[in-house]
Design a protein around this ligand. Sequence first.
Ligand SMILES: Nc1ncnc2c1ncn2[C@@H]1O[C@H](COP(=O)(O)OP(=O)(O)OP(=O)(O)O)[C@@H](O)[C@H]1O
Length: 284
Amino acid sequence: MSGGLEAGAIRLRDATRAFDVRIDSGRTLKEVLVGGLRRRSAPGGRDPRHPPPVQALRGVSLDIAPRETVAIVGRNGAGKSSTLRVLAGIVPLDSGSVEIGGRVAALLDLAAGFSRDFSGRENIVMGGALYGLSRREVEERMEAMVAFSELGDFVDLPLKTYSTGMLVRLAFAIVAELDADVLLIDEVLAVGDGAFQRKCEERIAQQVAGGSTLVLVSHDLALIERTCERTVLLDNGRVAADGPTADVLAEYRHVLEDASAPVRGSGAPAVPAGADADRQDSAS
Ligand SMILES: Nc1ncnc2c1ncn2[C@@H]1O[C@H](COP(=O)(O)OP(=O)(O)OP(=O)(O)O)[C@@H](O)[C@H]1O
């Protein structure tokens, strides 16, 4: 996905992506087995368990220069995580294009990136390999990663014994030592305890000072003000505002105060909160 762009640069063009949402809750085994033959129909003929696809991204374009620090904000379901997943190459686009220059380190879905039956150390080796590090390169960084995680003896235990906060520690420790050109971070920091959050924030600042580009999805506006110079406001799968963080957050605060108001520039009403229940990635 390097596409010849300068290291640290990101170019997203007219990105569109829809997801199928399957609602299976409350179905018995018998209903599942015979469901293909006898589906309950809603008025209008549509099966209520098979709603139309959710349009997560409706033509999102972003140009991010190397070393920029960019936050993505928006109401629940606006398309923030989908945008990051597209940038990370986890979710393919229906149409449009994505190019990223250099090496990308992504802290997105913790559960997706790890193997629960393997130890922290083993997951570090696998995580490093996914990022493109050789076994030797991982071994050279191993002790620094273990130290950063502060997991102590847990680092040699299987991940199924970890709390969510411990998973965050492990995930961040790997990313902390990767020297990526682009850092993609989705909300995970919110799960760690206060002291670890501050340590992660400092590490992100060091990586940015060292030349990394940062794209951060968060609902923590104070964190965004401290960390990002530029903010993109998404609404209903579209870019509603893009500019200096102070300006865009001022607009976003108005939006949050009046939850029923459409966001200027999005051209559509907000997706209701909770619309992301029962997700199913049709790409997988
Ligand atoms: N894997 C998926 N399967 C089904 N639907 C999905 C999937 N990922 C996203 N969606 C849908 O796409 C829309 C955008 O979701 P997305 O997670 O990108 O929003 P978000 O802005 O990150 O929201 P939040 O602030 O609640 O995390 C939502 O309606 C969501 O239900």
